[in-house]
Write a protein that binds this ligand. Sequence first.
Ligand SMILES: [Mg+2]
Length: 123
Amino acid sequence: MADKAYIRKAYHKLVRDNVPGIIRAKGEVAVCRALSEVEFRRELFKKVIEEVGELEAADPYTPGKVWDEFADVYETLEALRGLLGVSKRDIEERQRIKRQQRGGFAKRLLLEYTEGPEVLRRQ
Ligand SMILES: [Mg+2]
């Protein structure tokens, strides 16, 4: 019988609530601590960026992969929304107003440059 190596992998990252249990169910050790509100806020922003990166990299031809990554992005944004105390209704209202005033992204526009008079600054 081959010897098993015992390896410690450091993560130091925010994980979903059930992840430690899932790791332990595989017979591994998972050591966690609860974050303070300040730490949680910082880690959530990092997580949102991480999940958006995973969504961008998701293979659209792997069934369910894009959905999974969308779900991760939504979950992290939802946690952040709760932490910041912003209501869904307020966000949806702002989204509606901004879409009405500034439009959405249906036209796929990339602003190349602008030209016009510039107000000269006094030295
Ligand atoms: Mg993900």
